[in-house]
Design a protein around this ligand. Structure first.
Ligand code: ADP
Ligand code: MG
Length: 232
C-alpha cells in the first residue's frame, strides 16, 4: 500500500508550465529518487508535497489523507538549508523534534558528532561553511519524526570525500531503520548508488517519463563497511 500517493498533479507559474500530469507512488520503507536536469521541476515537486505550494490540478495524499497546502506532515530538507541564525547548531537540529514535541538530545548530539561537526555544536550558523550547514539541515531532517523524509540535493555543497561518507551513512541508516526516503538529485551516479527506485523527469513540462530500472543491487552493509575501511 502507498504511503505517499501523487496523482495527476500539474503546476504552472504564469506562462511557465513546470509539471504536467505527474503521478508517483511511494511505499513505506522505500528509498525513491527523482532524477532530472536543472529546471525540470524537482524542487517544485517537493514544495508541492511539503505544502509550500499548491497544485493547479491533482491530488497528493499521505496515508490516504490529502496534504495539499499542509506543512509539517512530512520531514523536508529544502535545497537551500534554512537554519535559524539566532539558534546554535544543536538547537537548530532539535527544532524539527521540538515542533513535534518529542526531543532526543543525546541522539542529536551523536548525529552531529558523526557528521564531523563536534566542535560546532554550540556555534551559530554564520560560523559554518555551506557544506557544514547542509549537514546540519540533513541531520535535522533525519531526526524529525514524520513518516517520510524529503531530501532535495542534500549533498550538493559537499566535497567528494565528505559526500561519499554522507551517502554511505544515509544508506547505513536506511538499512537499519528503513525510513521512507524521497530523494532529489541531478546526479545519475548518486541516484543509482542510493535508491531502490528511480523516476526520471523529462524536460519541462515535467512528468515522470520513466521508471529507471536499477541495473544492479546495492552493495550490502558489510560490503559498505569494507569499502569504508578501504577509505580510511
Ligand atoms: P529543479 O529543482 O529541477 O532545478 P525547480 O523546481 O526549482 O527545478 O524549477 C522548475 C521551474 O519552475 C523553473 O523554471 C523555475 O524558475 C520555476 N519556479 C520554481 N518555483 C517557482 C516559484 N515559486 N515561482 C515562479 N517560478 C518558479
Ligand atoms: Mg532544485
Amino acid at each position: 500500500m502507498s504511503l505517499l500517493s501523487i496523482e495527476n498533479v500539474s503546476k504552472r507559474f504564469g506562462e511557465n508550465e513546470v509539471i504536467r500530469g505527474l503521478s508517483l507512488d511511494v511505499k513505506a520503507g522505500e528509498f525513491v529518487s527523482i532524477l532530472g536536469p536543472s529546471g525540470s521541476g524537482k524542487s517544485t515537486i517537493f514544495n508541492l508535497i511539503g505544502g509550500l505550494l499548491t497544485p493547479d490540478e491533482g491530488t497528493i495524499r499521505l496515508q490516504k489523507e490529502s496534504i495539499i497546502g499542509k506543512r509539517g506532515s512530512i520531514s523536508y530538507m529544502p535545497q537551500t538549508p534554512s537554519l535559524l541564525p539566532w539558534r546554535t547548531i544543536l538547537h537548530n537540529v532539535l527544532l524539527g523534534q521540538e515542533l513535534q514535541g518529542n526531543i532526543n538530545r543525546e541522539k542529536a548530539i551523536e548525529m552531529i558528532e558523526k557528521a564531523g561537526l563536534k566542535e560546532y555544536i554550540h556555534s551559530y550558523p554564520h560560523e559554518l561553511s555551506g557544506g557544514m550547514k547542509q549537514r546540519v539541515a540533513f541531520i535535522r531532517a533525519l531526526l524529525s519524526p514524520q513518516p517520510i523524509i524529503l531530501l532535495d540535493e542534500p549533498f550538493s555543497a559537499l566535497d567528494e570525500w565528505t559526500r561519499l561518507g554522507m551517502q554511505k551513512w544515509l544508506l547505513d541508516i536506511w538499512d537499519s531503520h528503513r525510513p521512507t526516503i524521497l530523494f532529489v538529485t541531478h546526479n545519475i551516479e548518486e541516484a543509482l548508488f542510493l535508491s531502490d527506485r528511480i523516476f526520471v523527469l523529462s524536460h519541462r513540462p515535467s512528468h515522470v517519463i520513466s521508471e529507471l530500472k536499477v541495473p544492479f543491487s546495492r552493495p550490502r552493509n558489510e560490503e559498505l563497511l569494507l569499502e569504508n575501511r578501504f577509505l580510511e
